[in-house]
Design a protein around this ligand. Structure first.
Ligand SMILES: Cc1cc2nc3c(=O)[nH]c(=O)nc-3n(C[C@H](O)[C@H](O)[C@H](O)COP(=O)(O)O)c2cc1C
Length: 345
């Protein structure tokens, strides 16, 4: 495993424009697509063309989701042929519309089915195959067995988001489960969940022994997090963004999104709002930047609000430094909680 930092797959977020901007900020080794749903119908060309958009120098992981072994095997082959560097299977999506269909996190409940699907995919592609799991469905009791099943099926590496399906995004990801899985399997383990600050990426490696770190929501909130983690790892002083840097980033995203979503009824407003909502979490709560910005009707109005609210701020007022000095978010600290159900040494 020669990757260190990975951008997590996020539906509606990690489209090609987001991936391109994320990579341009530095420090990122792999990007992931949003999941591609594999149902009865074969994957069609136009879907594949939209999903498998590679950047010149950054490996692309394409995530598929489904529970039909034959269709998933076929999908693994198609996606590999279309240029994916990694084929990833979604075993963690907790959304009711997904688990109702028996896919995503629902696959964690049936290890025999899981094994069959993964085995069929393995037999049909020599491209690197990975699986992204949660700690379990209703309990984390079987986390090690699930990881073992993934390994036994011949998957090359496993990504662990240590929340159960029933947690959705509540509480704090329990990194002790990543450590327990790392100690249990031979394949590389990628840790994921609540790495809000660059220093926490290094801490996750230290505390869990994981081979790489995957970051999702925190990369929407702080697009420099990968760069900062790489700088910390190299012993260099990490970049500390100013309000000007943040505004320039927002404006760049706005321009790219306007282009990408030009044909949508409401254009780029929705996707841009989603990003602004995350970035607002790094700004002083007293400003109520989110509530002001999210009331705006157009991306241009949102930018005007951002200019007004954020321009006067000094870097020390933004929760975007590598160390989390302002600590508006919480990483990997499951305060006063009992040990997880899986054995942790
Ligand atoms: C908006 C959104 C969409 C997501 N879509 C996917 C997805 O398509 N596939 C997947 O495996 N996980 C998906 N996730 C989960 C993330 O990949 C990640 O596991 C989770 O957010 C925890 O990591 P984080 O704390 O770094 O965000 C999504 C998360 C969010 C917030």
């Amino acid at each position: 495993m020669h990757y260190n930092m990975m951008l997590a797959p996020m539906e509606g977020v990690t489209h090609p424009a987001f991936r391109e901007i994320a990579v341009s900020m530095g420090g990122l080794d792999v990007v992931c697509t949003e999941f591609v749903r594999v149902s009865r119908a074969p994957l069609n060309e136009s879907l594949l063309r939209r999903a498998v958009v590679r950047l010149p120098d950054t490996p692309l992981s394409v995530q598929v989701m489904g529970n039909d072994a034959d269709k998933m095997a076929e999908a693994a082959r198609h996606v590999s042929k279309a240029g994916a560097d990694i084929v990833d299977i979604n075993l963690g999506c907790p959304m009711p519309r997904v688990v109702r269909k028996g896919v995503g996190a629902a696959m964690l409940k049936d290890r025999a089915l899981l094994f069959r699907v993964l085995r069929a995919m393995r037999a049909n592609t020599s491209t690197t195959l990975s699986a992204k799991i949660r700690a379990g469905y209703d309990t984390a009791d079987d986390a090690l067995k699930i990881a073992q099943t993934v390994q036994d099926a011949g998957v090359d590496f496993i990504t662990v988001h240590p929340r159960r399906r029933c947690d959705l995004y509540q509480g704090v990801a329990d990194w002790r489960i990543i450590r327990a899985i790392k100690q249990h399997v031979r394949i590389p383990v990628v840790g994921n969940g609540d790495v809000w600050y660059a220093k926490d990426a290094l801490r996750m490696v230290e505390e869990t022994g994981c081979d790489a770190v995957m970051i999702g929501r925190p990369a929407m909130r702080n697009p420099w997090i990968f760069r900062q983690a790489a700088e910390l790892k190299a012993g260099r002083r990490p970049f500390r963004p100013s309000a000007e840097d943040l505004l320039a980033h927002l404006d760049r995203v706005r321009t790219r999104y306007e282009h990408l979503f030009a044909s949508r009824k409401h254009g780029a407003t929705g996707p841009f709002k989603e990003l602004v909502r995350w970035i607002a979490r790094a700004t002083p709560p007293r400003l109520e930047f989110a509530s002001h910005a999210l009331r705006a009707r157009t991306t241009r109005d949102m930018m005007n609000v951002a200019q007004r609210c954020l321009r006067p701020l000094g870097p020390e007022e933004l929760d975007l430094d590598a160390y989390g000095t302002l600590a508006l978010e919480r990483s990997g600290q499951v305060a006063n909680s009992p040990p997880p159900a899986v054995s942790v040494s």
